[in-house]
Design a protein around this ligand. Structure first.
Ligand code: SF4
Length: 380
C-alpha cells in the first residue's frame, strides 16, 4: 500500500492539462494558503491512521499540480510528519513531481534530507518551440540543468516525462527528445501521447480549427520509435507508457496497475481503501474547512463490489507488460480469471491481442497498439 498526496497548485495552466490545479497568483498570499493546506493534509492523515490496520506503506508520492511550487521547508516538514505518524516501511520510495525550472540546490537538499529519493520531472519535449506551444514555463535547458543539479545533490533515481503526438511535432523532433532524454541517464521514462481533454484551451482551439492534431498513424509510429530507441538504450518496457532501468520501476505506480489499495490525501484526490473508492472535495477552501472541523473531506464514496474489483484488476493489470498473474488473481479473489472472464479472454486470444505465458495473461505486440480494446474487454 502507498500514499498519494495531491498538491493542487501550478504557476500557470498548460494548454492541454485538465488536472485539478489552481493557478497561483501573489506569492505571499499563496504561501499562507499553501502552509494551511499542508497542515490540513496532516489532519487528514491522522483521521485515516486508525483505518490502515496491518497495512505497511511502501511509497509516498507527491503529485499535482506542481508539488515543487510549495514552500519547501513546510513540504519537507509534512514528509517528516507523515513518516512519523503513518506505518511506513523502513525505506519507502518517496517521489516528488517537479517542474524543471522550479528546483534549486537548496530545495533539493531540503527535500532529500526529509527523505525524498525519487524526482519525476515533467520534461515533455526538448524543443523550446514545442514547450512554448504547450504553455509550459520551462525550456529544454532547464531539464538538463535540473538533472545535473539533482545528481550533484546525490539523487540518482530520476524519472522524466515526455509527450508525443503534439501539434507540429515531427518524427525528427520526437527522436531528438528521446535521444536527449536518454543522454541525461534517467532511471525511468514515461512517454505519454497527447490526449485532447474537454475544457482545455487545446480542445477549444481544435474545435475552432486552430489546432492540428497528429494522426493516429503518426502517434503509433512515434510510440514504436520510443519502444525501439529506449529498449536499445537498456530500458525495460514494463507498462504501456513506462520504461525503466532494471529495478527502477515506479513502486508507487505499480500499486495502481496492480489495483492495490492506496491512501490519497489532498483536495480532489482519489483513493482506494478497505474496498471503497473515495474522491475528496476539489475546492481547496472547502477541503481545509472540513478538516478544520475534523471531518473527512470526502465528496464521493463508492463501495467496490468483488465483481468490479476483478474487472478493474484485469483492466489496469493488462497495462503491465508482465500481465496479470493467474495464481495471484486466484489467491486474491478465490477464482481463476479464466472462470470469470471466459468469453472475453477467448475473444482476445483469438484476435491475437493477448497471450497466456508462464501463468500470466499479457498483451502481445499487436495488443500493445490496441490496448484500449484489451483493457476495455474486461469492463462489463
Ligand atoms: S504543470 Fe502539470 S499539472 Fe500544472 S498545468 Fe501544467 S501539466 Fe497541468
Amino acid at each position: 500500500m502507498g500514499v498519494y498526496v495531491h498538491i493542487p497548485f501550478c504557476a500557470k495552466k498548460c494548454y492541454y492539462c485538465d488536472f485539478h490545479s489552481i493557478v497561483v497568483g501573489d506569492r505571499a498570499k499563496f504561501e499562507k494558503v499553501a502552509n494551511n493546506y499542508l497542515l490540513s493534509v496532516r489532519q487528514e492523515a491522522l483521521l485515516y491512521r486508525s483505518q490502515l490496520g496491518d497495512h505497511r506503506l511502501s511509497s509516498l508520492f507527491f503529485g499535482g499540480g506542481t508539488p515543487s511550487i510549495m514552500p519547501v521547508q513546510e513540504l519537507a516538514d509534512l514528509i517528516t510528519f507523515l513518516l512519523g505518524e503513518l506505518p511506513f516501511v523502513s525505506t519507502p520510495e518517496i517521489t516528488i513531481e517537479a517542474n524543471p525550472h522550479s528546483l534549486t540546490k537548496e530545495s533539493v537538499a531540503i527535500l532529500k534530507k526529509a527523505g525524498v529519493n525519487r524526482f519525476s520531472l515533467g520534461a515533455q519535449a526538448f524543443q523550446d518551440s514545442l514547450l512554448k506551444s504547450l504553455g509550459r514555463l520551462h525550456r529544454a535547458g532547464d531539464v538538463t540543468s535540473s538533472v545535473r543539479l539533482l545528481r550533484e545533490q546525490g539523487i540518482t533515481n530520476i524519472s522524466l516525462d515526455l509527450m508525443y503526438g503534439l501539434p507540429g511535432q515531427t518524427v525528427t523532433d520526437w527522436q531528438e527528445s528521446l535521444e536527449q532524454a536518454v543522454s541525461l541517464g534517467p532511471k525511468h521514462l514515461s512517454c505519454y501521447s497527447l490526449i485532447l481533454e474537454e475544457g482545455t484551451p487545446f480542445a477549444t482551439w481544435e474545435a475552432r480549427g486552430l489546432l492540428e492534431l497528429s494522426s493516429e498513424d503518426l502517434q503509433a509510429e512515434m510510440y514504436e520509435q520510443a519502444r525501439m530507441l529506449l529498449q536499445k538504450a537498456g530500458y525495460e518496457h514494463y507498462e504501456i507508457s513506462n520504461f525503466a532501468k532494471s529495478g527502477y520501476e515506479s513502486r508507487h505506480n505499480l500499486l495502481y496497475w496492480q489495483n492495490k489499495p492506496f491512501l490519497a490525501l489532498g483536495s480532489g484526490a482519489t483513493g482506494y481503501l478497505n474496498n471503497q473508492r473515495y474522491t475528496n472535495v476539489p475546492n481547496v477552501l472547502e477541503y481545509m474547512g472540513r478538516l478544520g472541523r475534523k471531518e473527512l473531506p470526502i465528496d464521493h464514496l463508492e463501495q467496490v463490489p468483488l465483481e468490479q474489483a476483478m474487472e478493474e484488476t484485469m483492466m489496469v493489470g493488462m497495462r503491465l507488460l508482465c500481465g496479470v498473474d493467474e495464481g495471484e488473481f486466484a489467491e486474491r479473489f478465490g477464482l481463476s480469471f479464466f472462470q470469470v472472464f471466459t468469453e472475453e479472454i477467448q475473444d482476445l486470444l483469438n484476435r491475437g491481442l493477448v497471450d497466456y505465458v508462464d501463468g500470466s495473461l499479457r498483451v502481445t505486440e499487436r495488443g500493445l497498439f490496441l490496448e484500449n480494446q484489451v483493457s476495455g474487454a474486461f469492463l462489463r
